[in-house]
Every structure is written in C-alpha cells, then in structure tokens.
Design a protein around this ligand. Structure first.
Ligand SMILES: Nc1nc2c(ncn2[C@@H]2O[C@H](COP(=O)(O)OP(=O)(O)OP(=O)(O)O)[C@@H](O)[C@H]2O)c(=O)[nH]1
Ligand SMILES: [Mg+2]
Length: 212
C-alpha cells in the first residue's frame, strides 16, 4: 500500500469516509499525522475543531480517496440527526464508511469511553458492511498498561467481531498496518464478492463471452 495524489488505477475511485474517535489525549491526531505526513510531536495540542485529512491509498490495485475525520472529543455519539445538528462537533459521523476507535493502553478509562461509544454507534445506525477497528495506542508505554491485552483482544475480536491493533504513533509502529488492515476489509467488502473490472476482462478474453 502507498499514498499518492495523482495515480489512477480504476476509473471509479472509491471515496471512503473514516471517522477516528476516542477520549481526549489518546493519540488520534498523532496517528493520523503519522500516517499522512510522517510527523510526530510530543506537545499535546487538543483538537478543538474537526480536522479533515485527504490521503489516497492503493490496496489490491484499487485506488481509494480517503476522507479522514479527526474529531474533537464528543461526550456522546450523535444518535440521530437532531443531535447531529445541535452539537456540530459530531456532524457527519453517522454516515461514515468505517470507524477507528482509539484508546490509550495505559488508561482504562479511555477504553471504557470507546466501549460506550461503540454501543451508541450500534444503536444509532445500521452497521452492516461498516467496519469498526479498535486501536490501542501508545504501545511504547506498554509497561504502564492499564488493562490486559488478552482481555481486550478477546472482547474485541470474539465478542465485538472487530479488528484489534496496537500501535505507537510516537514510533510510527503499526500505524501503516492499521490502515492497511482496515483498507483490506473495506476492499473486501467492495470487491470481495464482486468481480473487478480486471477479472471481468480476463473472463471475457478466456471464454468467448457474448455481452447482451
Ligand atoms: N508515548 C506516546 N505518546 C503519544 C503517542 N501518541 C500520541 N502521544 C502523545 O499523547 C498526547 C496526545 O496526543 P494527540 O494525538 O494530540 O491526542 P488526541 O487523541 O488527538 O487528543 P484530543 O485532540 O484532545 O482528543 C501528545 O502529547 C502526543 O505526543 C504514542 O504512541 N506514544
Ligand atoms: Mg486531536
């Protein structure tokens, strides 16, 4: 997978809206900035307004234009459009194509936060074909871990049926992997059960096929 701004592989580029959510200070902005710009700062500057990042990624020869929404802290997920309009911070989150819920592995509270956020998301929209990834950030501080990795991974993978990845935005460890895994899931949803243009071409060449 690589990032690019000018490559076109498939004629219909897919636009994917990714919402990244989590308690304050868990490293949401750090993860996105590391992914998009390869930058990291130790200084903590809380995100006050929603930030949009627009990288493009290629996975399995498919080009995706991402719109990553780095959201300021929201006390609750906007469960309907009224909430969405009354608290603008959460605007546009209900129709995201995928969710990344980040917690800080040294803070149990930050895990409790994404636990309730997840429930609110499930209550407020149809999540069919909408992947949700759980991310434990600050892996470099694993000695200060707040809850056991096995416990979290079990809950997340077996019960929630979500992807689980630990990363360190500080050391750019597993940050690309996180987006790669997520995009693989999205790509599978988009193309896994449907033939791609290339595969269709292939079939047409091999079998003298009549297009009606
Ligand atoms: N040690 C360590 N520190 C990190 C890591 N990721 C982020 N930080 C630090 O944690 C602090 C918060 O990071 P942010 O990316 O601003 O957190 P955020 O989730 O965007 O916070 P809000 O915008 O307030 O919701 C900053 O001081 C970062 O330098 C990491 O992987 N390891
Ligand atoms: Mg932020």
């Amino acid at each position: 997978m690589m990032t690019s701004s000018h490559l076109t592989i498939d004629s219909e580029n897919q636009k994917i809206k990714l919402a990244i959510l989590g308690a304050p200070g868990v490293g949401k902005t750090a993860i996105v900035k590391q992914f998009v710009y390869n930058e990291f700062t130790e200084d903590y500057e809380s995100t006050e307004k929603k930030q949009i990042f627009l990288p493009s990624v290629i996975i399995n020869d498919h080009l995706y234009e991402l719109k990553i929404i780095d959201c300021p802290y929201i006390p609750y997920f906007p469960v309907n459009s009224l909430y969405e309009w009354t608290d603008f911070r959460g605007f546009g989150l209900r129709n995201a194509s995928a969710y990344i819920l980040v917690y800080d592995i040294t803070s149990e509270d930050s895990f409790q936060y994404i636990k309730s956020l997840r429930e609110q998301i499930l209550e407020s929209r149809n999540m069919h074909d909408v992947p949700m990834f759980i991310v434990g950030n600050k892996h470099d501080l694993a000695e200060e871990r707040g809850i056991s990795r096995r416990e979290v991974a079990n809950l997340v993978k077996k019960q929630w049926k979500c992807g689980y990845i630990e990363c360190s935005a500080k050391f750019n460890w597993h940050v690309v992997l996180l987006f790669k895994e997520l995009m693989k899931t999205i790509d599978y949803i988009d193309y896994g059960h449907k033939p791609t243009a290339a595969r269709v071409q292939d079939v047409l060449r091999r079998n003298r096929c009549v297009i009606l």
